[in-house]
Design a binder for this molecule. Sequence first.
Ligand code: PM9
Length: 465
Amino acid sequence: MDIELNGIDGFAPPPFKIKSVEAIRLISREERERKINENGMNLFLLSSKDVYIDMLTDSGTSAMSDQQWAGIMTGDESYAGSGSFDHLASAVSDIMGFSYTLPAHQGRGAEQTFDKVLIKEGQIVPGNMHFDTTRAHIENVNGRAVDCVIDEAFDAGCELPFKGNIDIGKLEALVKKDPSRIAYILITATCNNGGGQPVSIENMRQTREISSKYKVPLFLDAARYAENAFFIKKREPGYADKRLREIAREMMSYMDGCIMSAKKDALVNIGGFIALNDKELYNRLAPVNVLMEGFPTYGGMSGRDMEAMAIGLYEGIDERYLAHRIGQVEYLAAKLDEAGVPLMKPFGGHAVYINGKEFMSHIPCENFPSQALCVECYLEGGIRGVEIGALLAGRDPDTGESICPKLDMMRLAAPRRVYMREHMDYVAEVVKSVFKRRNEIRGLDFEYESPIMRHFLSRLKWVEG
Ligand code: PM9
């Protein structure tokens, strides 16, 4: 047995050691109370110095390697023809198999360019479950984002191996009604809003069949493609002996291209890109990207960031690193599970998703149970998680009513290569302690509701009790 991949106790050891540390501090309970009240019970508005363990997001929060920092020093800052862009394009082509790379400052920059070119007014973008910025960009150009994920995705306790899969029947029914109304199909892997659940290779292949049959392009939201490849290796029959690079290549072989927020699996603090093989489409995208992001050989990124990204793409698909990373998330989830905390199952790749609806079953949806849980975890131990529930879901564009989503969760996202097992032990103790006194916790109401993507900027207050 390979200890580096499986560990001695079932959890793979970290394939790195620490060269530089950053101090963190737990401010007092009184200070935490003051800070969260001053910031309208919204953890996005807190200053990071007032947070002890920051699990708000795994996006842009990775610790870069010494190799990446070395790359920062050798980045080529030329406006046009940067050598660092060549390194990035070559890494994308080598790992993903796409010939054309268009950089963007982050995922939503890529989405903005992409949707401006690919979506005509009134067109539909079906997918498994779109991420919130993805949906917002589709709607921003008057398109419609439609989720076609399998029904089991909404059953938090259901232990299917690939709960991020598209329901092929639902997808085909939608596409065949009028293929000309479909701008493109998008698979998000792993499926962030569905609990970090992976998509199987078989499902990608079947989606490709639909895409080819109706002549509609298929793209991947590749933010966490490497974690998805790891789950395929672990869970899909026939893939246990394949290298992750081979699996990633096969995933991409079913796609016309991908859009990537590189702030996740490319282990960088900023950056993103669109990658594809169709030269004609590239030629339509590039001028728009010049307008929105920058010249095609930097697209909103500095040369040094592209250099670090080119290196990070290779490090992010390394199996020993992924075995440790996904094992760390599993370690935290298993501790909470043992204590009876209701969780999204199976455990996801980049985060532990706590079922806030069940944890706070006495708080109705309109009083944001998972947001109340996030606030309480901050008050209890200075932990910052994020709500993926009613607050994030926003309002129905047709009726204006607040949406009550089927899944209402608190996400504890693990930044890559940042925290140790001791941090996870601490987080588990804090959540367990909130769980013990959950029935005393009240819900929240708006003090101010932000009009777009309201979870970022809204302010809340405790309901009278
Ligand atoms: N995801 C996340 O925390 C960061 C924004 S919300 C705190 O999960 C997918 C699957 C994402 C994603 C961002 C984006 C947008 C696209 N697709 O944040 O613009 O999870 O780089 O990427 C966040 P950017």
